[in-house]
Design a protein around this ligand. Structure first.
Ligand SMILES: [Fe+2]
Ligand SMILES: [Fe+2]
Length: 137
């Protein structure tokens, strides 16, 4: 069970909330992997995670764009590379050993997400906070 921690927050309320939902979906993968009878539903949970990641990336990219964040293109490229890797892992869940593939996918998503949130997402959040302050001054 993954716990959501205050250290994961970047200070952008909506994005923090979406990141928390991503954690909750990763926990749902854990719950299904741990339940003997739920193996057949793993692909459903992985599908929901993949769909929500797409939703989150679209929102995040629109937010960065609306603030003219200078690192937008680089950030979008990171999202795209990750999405391509995720799609490959998702195919494995649907075609091969669902449980071991889901575990691999879960570990990959968790590690990428933590690093990405703490570095890349935190960077645009700092930029927006600064720009917002300058705008208000
Ligand atoms: Fe991001
Ligand atoms: Fe994010």
């Amino acid at each position: 069970m993954l716990a959501w921690e205050s250290g994961y927050k970047i200070g952008e309320k909506d994005m923090d909330a979406q990141h928390l939902v991503l954690f909750a979906l990763l926990n749902q993968i854990d719950a299904n992997l741990g339940a003997d009878l739920a193996g057949e539903c793993i692909a459903d949970v992985v599908g929901a995670l993949e769909a929500y990641i797409g939703y989150h990336f679209a929102h995040e990219e629109a937010l960065m764009k609306s603030w003219d964040y200078p690192g937008l293109d680089r950030h979008i490229a990171l999202h795209q590379r990750f999405s391509a890797d995720l799609a490959r892992l998702q195919i494995e869940v649907g075609t091969g050993q669902a449980r071991s593939a889901a575990l691999k996918l879960r570990t990959f998503v968790l590690e990428w997400l933590l690093g990405h949130i703490m570095e890349s997402d935190a960077d645009y959040a700092r930029f927006i906070a600064k720009a917002d302050k300058a705008r208000g001054a």
